[in-house]
Design a protein around this ligand. Structure first.
Ligand SMILES: Nc1ncnc2c1ncn2[C@@H]1O[C@H](COP(=O)(O)OP(=O)(O)OP(=O)(O)O)[C@@H](O)[C@H]1O
Length: 731
């Protein structure tokens, strides 16, 4: 495979659905030279991937309109290419099959559950042939039953609107990883425009995407004027009808109800016991003593049964410290390495409290008032948290509910109205249901921000601030606020003070922001044009073992996944431009091993807990070291070992050299000499190369702020910082 292969562009394969032959002439809308209306005739070559789907290869020299990775394309071409992506003029017509309902959706397999997926004939039959887009794998052709959401990707697709932070050309080029700039062709919404009717396809109508969208996925749909109200009262209603997208109809399948599926889990790994030797720091006042066993937590019998059925026999360090802290009613910011059990660390004590307080089963009501709200940045992650909540609350009267974007709003409402004690939600959908007065906040006793640094950064932070100032939301003194992540940049810690009581405790397990030591990290110097070759070589070596391949943009995810299919490597992809159904299907195919390779953007970087992911490959390194830590944390979980290989392109990744050297050495990994040299040559004192001030905060920032360093780091010891009551200046 040589450089020349770059010139054979792989078209987003949705078109394959409509081209039953392997070679066919098409009229292409050519964008070269900035014109949208010239057409040229080009010969498209169809290839059949290992997924059984056909993919379109555009021969060399063909329309630049498809050259989304064309290294020669000029900026204007790039923009136009993106905006006309898939620009065969197929538009809506190809996107829909116009079935009146979406009944078939109900039975679709989902990517969330651990039980083996049912890829029966029927499902396969549906998944072949008419996948609307994105199509290396995708399934589920009930997609085609849904109304179009993008005005058809084949048609004119405008750029994204949003929060004007990107570079002038970024919006059409960049995907996750960069806040959106204003849309070139008229965004559907302005920044923080109204969350609107959750049924409306959020910002993804034919004219592109508006609203602020953060690094990962959930579209922020905050309302204008800082209103917490959504729907018709928000700026959403200001959208002109022509830009109103069709309704989102996807109804995710219900997870299996049988006990075996609910408690399905994977084995802890050989290094699980090594967790005991990790140093833990707890800072703050009156720290409750850590517990060493589940018994010491004094949980109720049902919870203990559920813990046993989940296969938990021993606490992880973050659980040893966090459980008693939460049981004592304290606010908490906890930072522990990826895959070390943070989810149970907050769920178990919350559920224990609820049981202790004699929570009553919530009944059908139009307005539900949950006692606990858990938010997380991505749909797949929040669903995973929900499944954990459902597992641990099994046999109790606590009802957990999950709601997230990309699904039918009515479905979310139906889930809620049946009763809701623990609400697991992505921020956009949460604000929608609050705005629609389906959720009241008066009873909230626990507010959990998982991936808290992400939830408080500039992507989601404003939304979270709105949440805590919503009418009815108990003040921080009246609720318990809990924040968990594997990374906690300093500035985010400071911001978190607004959410937490003054005397919150800070738990740091190991090095804050450090990589999981069970992941063997390798960094290879690979130039941009050699990456594909290296990827294939790497994946040939990994064989059938599961691998996640991270790339920086959504388009590249499509491109690389299609390319791998051509190489006969069974691959699927997940990214924010895929419909929710497709995302879930992709995750399901990956989980069950049907597609052992998942190409992903940062949407899959955080939190996802997938069994047997042995490899993470950073085809593109992320822009920040924190993101790197989260990405490689998809492997080496819960005491299991894993491997991460990163392609370091000296042209574009120099800024990461310094923090990467630190992450590698802190995790006792080999640091290549060439990387050290680059790090040295780019060394800037006090500059980490990431978006934050220093590579690691390593401590509770309250201490830094005071200019005192009082933490001790020794096993079970906890340390003290001056009582906030004595000196409130830090908050
Ligand atoms: N005490 C325990 N015993 C056995 N397995 C556990 C225990 N605690 C958690 N696990 C399992 O370990 C896996 C990782 O847990 P979890 O997803 O909560 O990690 P995390 O710390 O939140 O990771 P991330 O930072 O990536 O979000 C899950 O499969 C979970 O069920």
């Amino acid at each position: 495979m040589g450089d020349e292969d770059w010139e054979a562009e792989i078209i987003t394969p949705h078109l394959s659905s409509y081209v039953p032959v392997l070679e066919k002439d098409f009229n292409l809308c050519e964008t070269k030279g900035g014109s949208f209306n010239r057409t040229v005739c080009a010969r498209l070559h169809m290839v059949r991937g290992t997924d059984g789907l056909d993919h379109v290869i555009l021969p060399r020299g063909s329309s630049a309109g498809f050259n989304f990775l064309n290294k020669d394309a000029g900026e204007s071409n790039k923009r136009e290419s993106a905006s006309t992506m898939g620009g065969f003029g197929v538009g809506k017509g190809f996107g829909n099959r116009g079935f009146p309902n979406n009944k078939l959706e109900e039975g679709d397999s989902s990517g969330f559950w651990r039980e083996p997926n049912n890829f029966g004939e029927d499902a396969q039959a549906r998944s072949r042939g008419f996948s609307r887009r994105g199509g290396f794998q995708d399934g589920n052709d009930s997609e085609a039953l849904a109304p179009p959401r993008r005005g058809g990707r084949g048609g004119f697709r405008g750029c994204r609107g949003g929060f004007g932070l990107g570079s002038p050309n970024s919006e059409c080029e960049q995907d996750e990883g960069t806040p959106r700039t204003g849309g070139l062709f008229g965004s559907r919404r302005s920044a923080f425009s109204g969350p609107g009717n959750g049924d409306i396809y959020q910002s993804r109508g034919g004219s592109g995407r508006g609203g602020y969208k953060g690094l990962n996925e959930e579209v922020i749909t905050g309302s204008a004027k800082n209103s917490w109200k959504s729907g018709t009262e928000g700026a959403e209603s200001d959208d002109t009808q022509e830009f109103q997208g069709p309704k989102v109809t996807y109804v995710p399948p219900a997870p299996p109800e049988d006990e075996d599926s609910i408690f399905a889990h994977y084995q802890t790994g050989i290094n699980f016991d090594k967790y005991d030797s990790i140093l833990v720091e707890v800072s703050g006042h009156d720290v409750p003593p850590a517990i060493l066993t589940f018994e010491e937590a004094n949980l109720c019998q049902t919870l203990n049964n559920n813990i046993a059925k989940a296969g938990y026999t021993k606490l992880t360090p973050v659980q040893k410290y966090s459980i008693p802290i939460i049981l004592a009613g304290r606010d908490l910011m906890a930072c522990a390495q990826t895959g070390s059990g943070k989810t149970a660390a907050f769920l178990l004590p919350i559920l224990a409290h609820m049981m202790r307080d004699g929570i009553t089963a919530s009944r059908f009501r139009e307005l539900q008032e949950p006692e606990c709200i858990i938010v997380a940045p991505t749909r797949e992650l929040i669903n995973q948290i929900y499944l954990e909540a459902r597992k641990f609350s099994f046999g109790t009267c606590v009802r957990a509910v999950v709601i997230y974007g990309g699904t039918q709003f009515g479905h979310s409402v139906r889930q809620i109205t049946q009763g809701c004690n623990v609400l697991c939600a992505t921020p956009g959908r949460l604000m929608d249901v609050i705005g629609k007065e389906k959720i009241g906040l008066r009873q909230v006793r626990y507010l959990v921000l998982d991936e808290a640094d992400r939830m408080l950064d500039m992507g989601f932070g404003p939304e979270m601030k709105k949440l805590i100032s919503c009418p009815g939301m108990p003040s921080k003194e009246q609720r318990q606020t809990l924040m968990f992540s594997a990374t906690f940049p300093e500035e985010i810690q400071r911001m978190a003070g607004e959410f937490l009581k003054l005397n919150y405790l800070f738990v740091a397990v190991g090095q804050v922001g450090g990589a999981c030591t069970d992941v063997q990290q390798t960094v290879l110097q690979v130039g941009q044009y050699s990456k594909r070759e290296k990827l294939v070589e790497t994946l040939r070596n990994t064989g059938d073992e599961r691998a996640m391949v991270f790339v920086e943009t959504k388009k590249k995810a499509d491109f690389i996944a299609t390319f791998l299919c051509q190489e006969k490597i069974s691959t699927t992809s997940i990214h924010g431009d895929r419909e929710q159904r497709e995302r879930e299907q992709a995750l399901g195919d990956f989980r069950c091993g049907k597609c052992p390779v998942l190409v992903a953007t940062s949407v899959a970087a955080r939190g996802l807990d997938i069994e047997n992911v042995q490899h993470v490959i950073n085809f593109d390194l992320p822009s920040t070291i924190d993101e790197y830590v989260h990405r490689i944390g998809r492997t080496g979980r819960c005491g299991n070992t894993g491997r991460a290989v990163s392609f370091f392109d000296p042209e574009s990744d120099r800024h990461l050299a310094q923090p990467l050297v630190k992450v590698l050495s802190d995790a006792q990994q080999d640091v290549p000499a060439w990387l050290e040299e680059i790090a040295f040559s780019t060394y800037v004192p006090g500059f980490s190369g990431s978006s934050r001030e220093s590579v690691f905060t390593s401590v509770d920032t309250r201490k830094n702020f005071r200019g005192k360093s009082t933490l001790s780091t020794a096993g079970f010891s906890s340390s003290q910082i001056p009582n906030p009551a004595d000196d409130e200046s830090w908050d």
